[in-house]
Ligand binder design. Structure first.
Ligand SMILES: Nc1nc2c(ncn2[C@@H]2O[C@H](COP(=O)(O)OP(=O)(O)O)[C@@H](O)[C@H]2O)c(=O)[nH]1
Ligand SMILES: [Mg+2]
Length: 644
């Protein structure tokens, strides 16, 4: 699934376009209706012609509300970049473009809106083409360079189909958000719904959430549980990365939470107040509108810092230079006023408070440097340079996380690491960051390049799910030995090759027992309740008393119930030879042995002889013999049986 964010100057028709494309009015606040202007984030969704659902975050264009815009664009995959054809490129067109560029949003479609106005007002032919050319020039050198420009009118409907087609084509090229097994939901809204309690929304990245799961809300570290999940107003059991998610939380109240907090799984993500970053300081041209030339950024300047949906103040320690001239990048250490949960690679934006303007942004290189760096130290800068590039092992791990379980061969070629690949791979395996799927035996001989590899984070998230699925199943069916293999596979949504390798590894680790057709938690044992135990003992006693004229299947069901009886058969406490006839296993073996011996001596045996041998009735003798025919032990010849 994907999320698209609008961007562009105020009044250029973003919200109207979203409404026209989705049927949903993204301006939901009363004040927004009254002022006819987007103030806070709006949310909508649509289904592309190919059936893919797409979430849309509609942002305010007005410069007073840029900071609300920043809370919404964090997790988007692509931009719906809006420029009004009658007005052309305006200050927030450029500022939003700069923000998208700093956030690394490199896919987008430009909607040249209000072409109905442009074409009617302006007599001169080719006005729209002129504006399009100007937009295209503005995009040059940014992440959106070369994006398709589609003239549209929300009023007449012109171009909307082309726009959707362009969106679809663009999103088909965006890799799906990776499942790194470390879900993060930066909260962009908190509200309560009567009868449900606290609900938060956001764009999910890096992992999945499931109903029932325990979560942690950072930076405060509050524990909560997921009571319900929705994507695009539809209930889901599992929310996936790259989708808009509304999460109903129990254990926390609305007052405990705020925009910018992050919902995640407990125990791995730590908020930080000291961060090493690569900082890009924007060139002058983006100060258009504020009317001021940009001065070099000075050491120790205080800036507003935005990442995910969070906002705080940051003091900038420039590590390699005294001042950072406009248009340049440098290494810096930020001291944040409030803790923010960040990971390596997170993007951020910085702004000056007055006159308010976006001045730069960058990438988190080390979220936990541990201490304040001395300035102008070549070794500090060198370390940050390497960190920013990533070691071969990190590059490989990222490729593995992006692709999910992959053969060694495919992974090495996808990583583009060449000679450094194999060594990086053994490092990941040694450190336990990557694991081999498959059986103990195949794990000990990883020479085979078709062996499947998975990232540790993916593996732990998956084994958590397997444990949860199986324990739910065991609770529901305590008398069944295990869950059907295929049911588990489709529940986990894994292709057969991956699933089999996963099961083999999970069994080798002792988490589960693989019984062939069924799979169970290795801790699962069938336990009868006292009443069932009593009934079972009584039934088995009857089998012992009359080993050859046993209680029928029907009688046995009446005595212990269907579930317990099929458990007894599964477990081998009883052997079923026909739809009606059951024996104790020891009786069964004895009968088979005696029949065999008889045939070996006499050459054959008849039904009547079997009946008399065990002093039983025709029903039992016939049931057993037909069973033996079916098992390939005996063969019927006329009214006699011979050994096959
Ligand atoms: N004629 C015409 N007016 C439009 C079109 N799209 C939007 N508008 C008008 O432009 C104004 C601003 O639109 P809005 O969607 O609120 O802009 P936003 O600030 O970018 O979200 C509203 O009065 C809309 O009715 C269009 O395609 N044609
Ligand atoms: Mg709007």
């Amino acid at each position: 699934m994907h999320v698209v964010g609008t961007a562009g100057h105020v009044d250029h028709g973003k919200s109207t376009l979203v409404h026209a494309l989705t049927g949903i009015d993204p301006d939901r606040l009363r004040e927004e209706k009254e002022r006819e202007m987007t103030i806070d984030l709006g949310f909508a969704w649509l289904t592309l012609p190919n059936g893919e659902p797409v979430g849309i975050v509609d942002v305010p264009g007005h410069r007073d509300f840029i900071e609300n815009m920043l809370a919404g664009v964090g997790g988007i995959d692509a931009a719906l970049f809006v420029v009004a054809a009658d007005e052309g490129v305006m200050p927030q067109t450029r500022e939003h473009l700069a923000i998208l560029d700093l956030l690394g949003v490199s896919t987008g479609v430009v909607a040249l809106t209000k072409v109905d106005l442009a074409e009617s007002e302006d007599e001169s032919e080719g006005w729209v083409e002129l504006v399009a050319a100007d937009v295209s020039e503005t995009l040059e050198g940014t992440a959106l360079e070369g994006a398709p420009i589609i003239p549209v009118s929300a009023r007449t409907g012109q171009g909307l189909d082309e726009l959707l087609a362009a969106l679809q084509e663009m999103l088909a090229q965006v890799e799906p958000r990776p499942d790194r097994g470390r879900p993060r939901l930066p909260i962009d809204r908190v509200f309560t719904i009567s009868g449900f309690g606290t609900v938060v929304t956001g764009t999910l990245s890096d992992g999945c959430f499931e109903v029932g799961q325990e979560v942690e809300v950072l930076p405060r570290g509050l524990k909560a549980r997921v009571r319900g999940l929705q994507t695009h107003k539809q209930k889901v059991e599992r929310a996936v990365p790259g989708s808009r998610v509304a999460m109903n939380l129990s254990g926390v109240s609305k007052a405990d939470l705020k925009r910018g907090d992050v919902v995640t799984t407990p125990g791995w993500l730590r908020p930080t107040v000291l961060v090493d970053v690569q900082l890009r300081y924007l060139p002058d041209t983006l100060r258009l509108g504020s009317g001021q030339a940009q001065r070099p950024l000075r050491h120790n300047t205080q800036l507003k810092f935005f990442s995910g949906a969070a906002e705080t103040l940051a003091r900038v320690r420039l590590l390699g230079q005294d001042r950072l001239p406009p248009g340049q990048s440098g290494w810096a250490q930020l001291r944040l006023q409030e803790p923010v949960p960040l990971v390596r690679g997170d993007r951020f934006i910085v702004r000056v408070p007055s006159p308010p303007a976006t001045v730069g942004g960058g990438i988190v290189v080390d979220p936990h440097p541990g201490r304040k760096h001395r300035r102008f130290r070549p070794e500090v800068v060198a370390r940050l340079e390497t960190l920013a590039q990533g070691s071969p092992a990190e590059i490989l791990l990222q490729a593995l996380e992006r692709r999910g379980p992959t053969s060694i061969c495919d992974l090495l070629s996808a990583s583009g690491l060449d000679d450094a690949g194999p060594e990086a791979l053994s490092q990941l395996l040694d450190e336990g960051q990557a694991i081999l799927l498959g059986t103990e035996a195949s794990i000990q001989h990883p020479a085979s390049s078709i062996q499947l590899l998975a990232a540790r984070a993916w593996w732990s998230a998956l084994t958590d799910r397997i444990s949860r699925e199986l324990s739910t199943y065991h609770q529901e069916f305590p008398l069944r030995a295990g869950m059907g293999r295929e049911a588990l596979r489709s529940g986990l949504r894994l292709e057969a090759k991956v699933f089999n390798a996963v099961i083999a590894r999970a069994a080798a680790e002792g988490l589960i027992a693989d019984e062939g057709a069924t799979v169970r938690l290795s801790s699962h044992t069938i336990r009868l309740n006292p009443e069932q135990q009593q009934q079972t003992d009584a039934l088995l006693a009857r089998f012992h008393r009359q080993p050859y004229t046993t209680p029928s299947v029907k009688d046995s069901v009446a005595a212990v119930g269907e579930e317990v009886l099929s458990m007894l058969i599964d477990r081998g406490d009883l052997v079923q030879v026909s739809p009606e006839v059951l024996f104790l296993p020891e009786t069964y073996e004895e009968m088979v042995a005696r029949i065999r011996a008889h045939i070996e001596q006499e050459g054959s045996i008849t039904l009547a002889q079997v009946r008399d041998m065990f002093g039983t009735s025709r029903k039992y003798a016939q049931g057993l013999l037909e069973h033996l025919d079916e098992m390939g032990v005996t063969k019927r010849v006329g009214d006699k049986r011979v050994l096959r």
